[in-house]
Design a protein around this ligand. Structure first.
Ligand code: ADP
Length: 189
């Protein structure tokens, strides 16, 4: 968990390499659906572009389906999900149904003032690499994403903290130090 620009994607990629389990990113799934012109994508595009959250049932359905894929049988990393307390409850139900439990919930704690600059850096790197900049990586949508995080996702941290499952890691540290702190958090359970 963590606000936009916290480093979830970067750290997830490292965990994928280390543990050989897939990264299930609802943002990536939704962007793929938009690109493919799938019905979910048509519903989600405008919402995502302005930085709001797509409806819970859409992402819960997508995650539920994705968990059925064979590559998720030995574990998975959830990135960007659950993002509302209702999604966290749906995840509880999905996991219970499958006889699974979360190993840990890791929150990257960052200074909000650094996030806009990180987003701008990602945009510049994407342009330099000849890639396509995300439609929601602009200052206005970014502000909405941060507001959605504060209003709808911060309570999810509190939910997992209440269950004793939340591990907070300093997301302002250098990338390698963040990875090391995540490893330590995963070992300490
Ligand atoms: P970031 O973490 O940088 O904001 P993501 O790629 O995780 O980016 O998400 C991009 C957008 O996709 C979100 O702003 C939202 O519109 C949508 N989205 C992703 N995951 C969810 C979710 N779990 N619930 C609702 N909307 C989501």
């Amino acid at each position: 968990m963590g606000p936009p620009g916290a480093g979830k994607g970067t750290q997830s990629a490292r965990l994928v390499a280390k543990y050989g389990v897939p990264q299930l990113s609802t943002g990536d799934m939704l962007r793929a659906a938009v690109k493919a012109g799938a019905p979910i994508g048509r519903q989600a595009k405008a919402i995502m572009d302005r930085g709001d959250l797509v409806p819970d049932d859409v992402v819960v359905g997508a995650i539920g389906q994705r968990l059925e894929a064979p590559d998720a049988a030995n574990g998975f990393i959830l990135d960007g999900f659950p993002r509302t307390v209702a999604q966290a409850h749906s995840l509880d139900a999905l996991l219970k149904e499958k006889g699974l439990r979360l190993d840990a919930v890791i929150e990257l704690v960052v200074d909000e003032r650094a996030l806009l600059a990180r987003m701008e850096m990602r945009v510049n790197e994407t342009i330099a690499g000849g890639g396509v900049v995300r439609a929601d990586d602009n200052p206005l949508s970014f502000k909405s994403r941060l507001e959605a995080y504060r209003a709808q996702t911060a309570p999810v941290s509190a939910y997992y903290a209440g269950k004793g499952e939340l591990k907070q890691v300093d997301g302002m540290a250098p990338v390698d130090a963040v990875s090391a702190a995540i490893e330590a958090a995963l070992a300490d359970r």
